[in-house]
Every structure is written in structure tokens, then in C-alpha cells.
Ligand binder design. Sequence first.
Ligand code: 8YV
Length: 327
Amino acid sequence: MSGEKLSVFVTRKLPSAIQTRMTELFRTTLNSSDTPRTREELVEAVQNCDVLVPTVTDAIDADLIAQAGPRLKMIANFGVGVDHIDLTAARAKKIVVTNTPDVLTEDTADITMALLLSVARRFAEGERRVRSGGWQGWSPTAMLGHRVWGKRLGIIGMGRIGQAVARRANGFGIAVHYHNRAPVAESIENELQASYWANLDDMLSHMDIISLNAPATQETHYIMNRERLAKLQPHAIIINTARGDLIDEEALADALIDGKIAGAGLDVYEHEPRVTPRLLELNNVVLLPHLGSATFEGRVEMGERVIINIRSFADGHAPRDRVVGSF
Ligand code: 8YV
């Protein structure tokens, strides 16, 4: 790269320490208002900047990438999931794409466990009852939930986050099962006391709790479709902290309303920020606004990771977190 500073376009407001550092290092365009950039603004950005720093809320699709100018050499995503970026189009244009793995693993696993406990023990419903003044005092039979200790958790997607969930589940005395494209290393299976199911359908019918921890890809789109949801036991609960389109949200609402499954904890939705309206009315569903990685610490570390990726690219190295990068 030449001595000239890279021009970097950041689509959303980031932690101020990160914005300050980026401004020192690059010719950075920030978004101080934090309203998502319009399509027109994104088009203008990709025509003029060297590096685009998008987030999950930006559709970096093939059409946008096709309009990119010759300067655009890198998309340094702020976030680990890259399903909002058309990687094939980026590869075809020799645009490097990076993400921010590792730094949000533990926070996302925490939110998974929080939802799991919340649904099983009816936290959100109980909290609503107290706030609304509807709580009449303790009763031996009121608001009974289900014990999680001794239950079977089926993790779909045993990558970093799935493993972090398994580690927590071990601590709660929950038996860990998992489905993944391939089994993880035996040493990891042993450490996590995890049992592999090659056949997802078989696993589903044996679990008490399901946690989705896989990335959104063509293979995982609607991995929990209507037929798969029907394989769950009526007392089963399902937790999704991955991506909304791993579950057919309408089919999920049907399964919950018809009592085919017992509950759901969702942090992500098929059409964010829209939530299938019928889910909003159900007491056995806990709904969070995509909080998985929303910690002060995590956001700063994500920003640092973006900066490291851009700097190593600027220095002529292959950035460590490249998702697309070898042409
Ligand atoms: C991030 C996430 O906050 O990193 C991801 O893939 O889902 C989130 O937790 C978001 O992507 C930021 O772009």
C-alpha cells in the first residue's frame, strides 16, 4: 500500500475509543447519528472508500458490490456473522472480507444460557407479573418451571460459541449432545463430555433443549423447519442466539401455539427488527433484541479486531480474520 492513509467508511456508530483510534489511523468517515446508512449512502461509500466497515444491519449484497469502485479493496465487518455480505461477489471482485471472531464468543454463550434459564424457569413471565402488580405472593404451585439440571441439551453447530455453551451447560449439570457437519476433535468431545449425533433428526427427538449456534449459510437456512420442529418432544424448548433464518419463524409460532413444543428463547429473528406478531403474545417465549455480543468489553474488542485487520491489510499482510482473502 502507498504511504497515503486508507479511506475507511464506517456504517454505524462504534464505541468512542474505537472511533478515535480509527480516526487517528485512517481517513475515517464515521456515523455519529447511528441511523443505518441508506442504500444511496452505501453505494456512494463503496464507490469512494478503500475499506468498508459494515455491521449486520447493512445489506452488502451482490448488487451493491457490483457498484463498488476500483478503490474498494476490503470489507472489514464489525461482527462475526457475514451472512449479510455476498462473499461470492466479493471474491469475484477480489475484495478481502474479514470478521471479528473469538471476541464475542463468551458473551453470546452467556446470552444463550440466560435465555435457556429464562424460558425453563419462566423469568420473563415472572418479572412481568411482579411489575404489573399481578403477583399475589408465594404459592406452592404457582409459576412452576422445569429443572435444567440433568436435562439433555442438543447444540446445533459446535464451533466456538457452541463449545462455549457446552462448557457452561457442563457447569449446570446439563448433558451435552451436538450436531455438526463433522464431529469435533476427540479431546474437545472429552473435555465437554459431548455426544455427537451425525443425524440431526435423530438428535432432535431425544433432546429436552435445543440451542442453535451455527452460522447462517445455505445449508443452515431453515435448519429448524416445520418438519424438524415437529420432531421435538412436547416439553422441549428451543434457544436461538445465532441467526433468525435458521428457524422458520411462522412454523415456530404454530408449534408453540399448538403446544407441540414448550417454549422458545430468541435473540435473533428472521426479519429483524420485525418479530412474528404471534410470538409477542406468548408467555412461554422470551424475546431479546439481538443482545448476544452487546457488552461494553465485547464491542471494544470487536472494534480492535477490525482495526488490526485493516492495519495488517494496509501493511501488505493477509489479515488474520479473513473470510475471503486468497485469490
Ligand atoms: C453483532 C452478531 O453484534 O457478530 C455477529 O455476528 O450477530 C452480533 O452479535 C453484530 O453482528 C454486529 O455486526
